[in-house]
Design a protein around this ligand. Sequence first.
Ligand code: SF4
Length: 328
Amino acid sequence: MRVGIPKGLFYHYYFPLWKTFFQDLGAEVVTSAATNRRTVERGIESAVDEACFPIKVYYGHVRELCRQKLDYIFIPRLVSVEYRSYICPKFMGLPDMLKAGLPELLPVIELTVDVSKNDRQLKQDIIRVGKIFTNNKNQINRAYQHGLDELSKCKNLCREGYNISEAIQIWEGEQLELSPNYDLNIGVLGHGYSLYDHTISMNIIERLRKMDCRVFVAETLDQEEIERQAAQIPKKVFWTLGRMMVGSALYMDSHDQFDGIIYLACFGCGPDSMIGEVIERKVKNKPFMFITIDEHTGEAGMVTRLEAFCDMLRRRAGKYEDYISSYG
Ligand code: SF4
């Protein structure tokens, strides 16, 4: 059987897990192509106007897979991926939104991931999904465990400075090398599915690297320290990714090695409108730039802002000229 996995949203966090799981059950896994203009156009044509940019792009990926000879498309329903924390509600309704919006949708494999209280339901759902391919429960459990092991191997690569998307490329056998030449350390934050998607983010990470910046993202930092920093906020942030962003921003703000912080937000994103605001208020020690993107954002505007930010950081650090205080 051939199973399609759209290259959007939580593909950027969980692909090794699901690819290994389905392959071990004997399925062939097919992904959509990396996001391009056509993906975006197809997504905009079919998604509701109120959807955020990454959701529209996901529609485009699903439509692309619907044109291929596949038996199923895998669309998980993510509610919670860790104890007492949640994922944006748009993920909860994703299979339903797509079924309602795409008449050409192929049969969908749905899987509900909700471990907010415990993982009992998830384990049952894994067996239900696995039974599409085999009746052997042991094989299904082994395939899932193997998937988790592969995912953890992939995450370990992030400690070497790769973001999770690059780690997936390396896990798939590609050769990547990070440039050793840089004079600025910049923290870049945002939801992985927008930040690591070259079209959505307009390749912000590569552009910064070409401007001689070393880029740090949330996954490259010490995860325990991120949690400790996030706990400083009086009320716990119950969105998994939101808490990771707040903790990472505070981490970067309190460590000397970082020269500046950039937050990439999506227009129409509820969590970003709050988390971005919290971060903007809490970051006190480092220059901070907030960039909002949507399908209409122009590349030239983005490049100008990045160049201006880097120039400002270099001047501030005395790398171009002596520091002259703006107070005279
Ligand atoms: S968190 Fe924001 S960007 Fe992500 S799916 Fe929800 S609304 Fe869209």
